[in-house]
Design a protein around this ligand. Structure first.
Ligand SMILES: Cc1cc2nc3c(=O)[nH]c(=O)nc-3n(C[C@H](O)[C@H](O)[C@H](O)COP(=O)(O)OP(=O)(O)OC[C@H]3O[C@@H](n4cnc5c(N)ncnc54)[C@H](O)[C@@H]3O)c2cc1C
Length: 405
């Protein structure tokens, strides 16, 4: 153990790498660690929302990603009773009017390399087992290819995603947080893909949905995400891969997939959606991205919030390091900033989830939205995570849904 870094960041997904980039760019000594060897895959739908694209543009890598990604202009929705709806990707001030689908194998390595170009150091294949308060900072201990390693820093940022091991050891997570259970696979040789993504509310248990996100004119990321609700849902959890298998067996999916071939395995992974109840800091430690429960409780998308929270953490940490005040009271200011940005969206979306994923209501909503532009725009904004469900649910909206024949 030698140098004392300003910050050690555990996890080089979008949250950890964006925090590393923004901190290193301000001249701080940052060490980024990950247990994987890069480039590495991450089980995901690979969809980047306008919010994610805004941070990637700010980091200076959007143009490169546009060259390799698949640009999407709209969303095709399929309600349980077969009603279909197309909504354009909504515009928001200063943000793109499209989505971009980029396989995580490419995306995460691009963000990580940007952090290194910005001045961060990186060590891979370091499986971090503890982060402990010691002396005037923290010690991060891990295992690198069978060899124990330790790193000192003034503080640590934990960006370990939905993996709970380290957070449990640190006493930050005690009970299993609320999770969406998701699975995906890649398919090649698909005919009829358009420049829109597809969201299917048929053929999956609700609340949940299936998706088709094109990664090229003939290939797509296909997946399912389901939230176990109520006691029964939590006790009788259906394995995500089984939900995926029955989704792709539905007649509609069989027609869409046609003679397409699955490439690679079906991979399942959980998504933490409990930010509104989650801890976001501990003594000399900040949590970012899904380690703080930051994935959308309705859609499961979290790359955008991971990037945004990495940026917020870096701003906060640089102010703390510059002032020399690393007290818990100062760390609590980070929590306040996150809550200001995300809390309302999480609380309201969690409360209204049952409503949104109620089959008769979904059928009505989709039918009504075919007639009312305001409803279409609300659905678009909720789907790409611009708004929480409550922000689009005016009396007028409810009236339109209720009185659609
Ligand atoms: C099937 C599926 C589909 C999804 N689809 C979408 C989508 O289309 N769009 C979207 O925006 N979001 C989607 N998400 C959510 C998105 O994948 C996550 O929200 C996002 O990856 C969170 O980023 P993160 O940086 O917090 O964590 P991660 O991307 O999970 O990165 C965590 C990193 O930490 C490392 N790590 C973990 N533990 C340790 C340790 N002990 N020591 C060292 N390193 C460690 C891991 O190797 C990993 O590299 C999906 C998720 C799933 C499961």
């Amino acid at each position: 153990m030698s140098a004392v870094h300003d910050a050690v960041i555990v996890g080089a997904g979008p949250a950890g790498s964006s925090a590393a980039f923004y901190l290193a760019r301000r001249g701080f000594d940052v060490l980024l660690l990950d247990k994987s060897r890069f480039p590495r895959d991450k089980t995901c739908g690979d969809g980047l929302t306008p919010r994610a694209l805004a941070v990637l543009r700010d980091m200076g890598i959007l143009d490169d990603l546009l060259r390799v990604g698949c640009r999407v202009s709209g969303i095709d929705m399929f309600a349980p009773r077969g009603h279909e709806l197309t909504v354009p990707v909504p515009s928001a001030p200063g943000s793109a009017e499209y989505l971009l689908i980029v396989p995580r194998l490419i995306l995460d390595d691009a963000i990580r390399r940007r952090a290194l170009a910005g001045g961060a150091a990186f060590q891979e294949q370091v499986d971090v087992v503890s982060v402990e308060r010691e002396g005037d900072g923290v010690v991060v201990r891990g295992d690198q290819l069978g060899r124990p390693v330790a790193f000192r820093a003034r503080l640590a940022i934990v960006a370990t995603g939905a993996s709970l091991g380290l957070l449990r050891t640190m006493g930050i997570v005690e009970r299993e947080p609320r999770m969406m259970l998701a699975a995906r696979a890649y398919f090649e040789g698909m005919a009829g893909l358009s420049d829109r993504i597809q969201c299917h509310f048929d053929g999956v248990p609700l609340p949940g949905y299936g998706w088709i996100f094109p990664i090229s004119p003939t290939a797509a990321n296909v997946g399912t995400g389901v939230i176990p609700v109520g006691l029964a849902g939590r006790l009788r959890r259906i394995p995500p891969r089984r939900i995926f298998d029955s989704f792709i067996q539905t007649p509609l999916l069989q027609r869409i997939l046609g003679s397409a071939q699955r490439v690679g395995p079906v991979k399942g992974y959980p998504i933490r959606i409990d930010f509104h109840q989650a801890r976001t800091f501990a003594d000399r430690v900040l949590l970012v991205g899904e380690a703080a429960g930051l994935a959308n409780p309705l859609t499961g998308e979290g790359i955008d919030y991971a990037l945004e929270s990495g940026q917020i953490a870096a701003e906060h940490v640089s102010a703390m390091l510059a002032s020399g005040d690393l007290s818990p009271a100062r760390l609590a200011g980070y929590d306040r900033q996150l809550r200001q940005r995300f809390q309302r969206l999480f609380v309201m979306s969690s409360r209204l989830r049952g409503l949104y994923f109620n089959p008769p209501l979904l059928n009505r909503l989709v039918k009504a939205a075919r007639r009312h532009a305001g409803l279409r725009s609300m659905i678009g904004n909720v789907t790409v995570g611009n708004n929480g469900l409550d922000q689009g649910l005016s009396l007028g909206t409810l009236f339109q849904v209720a009185f659609t024949p």
